[in-house]
Design a binder for this molecule. Structure first.
Ligand SMILES: [Fe+2]
Length: 287
C-alpha cells in the first residue's frame, strides 16, 4: 500500500498571474516566496511552498503528496503502473522547481493530477504573511470525482487513505490524524474543487468574513460549522472560480482511536455540510 505522509502543495494554472498574485497575498494572506519559470510560489507555514500559480490553463491543477523516501516512491510508481495508470517521473528541472528530491506524476481515473514527492524542502525562515489572516497552514483539498465509488476505492485501496465520513457519495478521506486531507465530490469535471488553509481560531474565521466582504470577495459558504469534521469554516471565491476555505478546529482521529473508528454516513443535505444553517453556493455542495 502506498503511504501518503501528508498533502504538500497545490499547483493551479491561471491566465492572469497578476490577479492571482493579488488574491494569494492580499486576500488569502499567503507569503510570496519566489517567481520562477512563469510561476509564483507561496507559503502558508514552515514548508518551502504550499501553493503555486503558474501561467497556463485554469483547469490545470496538480496536488502534491509526500512519501517517506526514494524506496517508497519507486514502490508507489510500480503499484500505480500495476493499477494500469501512466506514471511519469519528474525531470531534474521539474524537481528543482518543486524544491523536491524526486517525484512522479499520475492521474486518477477522474483525471485529477497527483504528484508524489520525496524530500520536499522546508524553510529555515518562519512564515511571514502579507496580511494577518491567522493562517497556520495549508491542510486539505476537495477533489472532483466523476465516479465517487470508483475513486474512493482507488484512494483507499491504492493510496492508503481512510474514510472518515461520507456526505451522500462524497468521501472525506484522512491520510494522517486529521479528519480529512482530501475529499472527493461528485461532479462532471476533473481538478481541485476547493483549497483549504487552517486558521488559528474562530476569531480568524469571523474576522475574515468581515474583511473579505469589505474587499468585495464573494463569500460562497459560511461562516458555519461542519458536523463531519467539527471545523468552523468560511468559503470564498478566488481567481478562475476556484473556491478557497479557511477553517479551524478540525477533528483528529488518533492512532489509539483508529481501530475502533467507524465512518459515519450523512445524507446529502444542507445540514450535513453546515450544522448552523448556512447554505452553500458551491455547485458540488448543493443538496
Ligand atoms: Fe474543506
Amino acid at each position: 500500500m502506498i503511504d501518503l505522509l501528508d498533502i504538500r502543495y497545490v499547483r493551479l494554472g491561471t491566465r492572469d498571474l497578476a490577479a492571482a498574485d493579488r488574491f494569494a497575498r492580499e486576500v488569502v494572506g499567503l507569503e510570496r516566496v519566489r517567481e520562477e519559470a512563469g510561476a509564483l510560489y507561496y507559503r502558508s507555514d514552515d514548508r518551502d511552498h504550499t501553493l503555486v500559480y503558474f501561467e497556463g490553463d485554469p483547469r490545470d491543477h496538480t496536488v502534491g503528496f509526500e512519501l517517506r523516501d526514494a524506496g517508497a516512491l519507486d514502490a508507489a510508481a510500480g503499484r500505480l503502473a500495476d493499477a494500469g495508470l501512466a506514471v511519469r517521473a519528474g525531470s531534474a528541472e521539474a524537481c528543482e522547481q518543486r524544491r523536491v528530491g524526486g517525484f512522479v506524476n499520475f492521474e486518477d481515473a477522474t483525471g485529477n493530477r497527483i504528484d508524489l514527492v520525496v524530500r520536499p524542502q522546508h524553510s529555515g525562515r518562519r512564515y511571514f504573511p502579507a496580511r494577518d489572516a491567522g493562517i497556520t497552514g495549508f491542510s486539505h483539498v476537495g477533489l472532483c470525482s466523476t465516479d465517487p465509488a470508483r475513486d474512493e476505492a482507488f484512494w483507499t485501496g491504492v493510496l492508503g487513505a481512510r474514510v472518515s465520513d461520507r456526505i451522500g457519495a462524497a468521501a472525506l478521506l484522512r491520510i494522517d490524524e486529521v479528519h480529512h486531507k482530501v475529499a472527493l465530490f461528485p461532479t462532471t469535471r476533473a481538478g481541485v474543487q476547493h483549497v483549504n488553509h487552517q486558521v488559528a481560531s474562530i476569531d480568524d474565521v469571523m474576522r475574515a468574513w468581515y474583511q473579505l466582504q469589505r474587499r468585495g470577495v464573494r463569500i460562497v459558504f459560511g461562516p458555519g460549522r461542519h458536523p463531519t469534521s467539527g471545523a468552523v469554516f468560511l468559503y470564498f471565491e478566488g481567481p478562475d472560480g476556484m473556491v478557497f476555505e479557511y477553517s479551524t478546529g478540525v477533528r483528529t482521529i488518533t492512532p489509539a482511536q483508529e481501530a475502533s473508528y467507524r465512518p459515519r454516513q450523512f445524507p446529502r443535505a444542507n445540514e450535513s455540510f453546515c450544522m448552523w444553517g448556512s447554505v452553500p453556493d458551491i455547485a458540488e455542495f448543493k443538496a
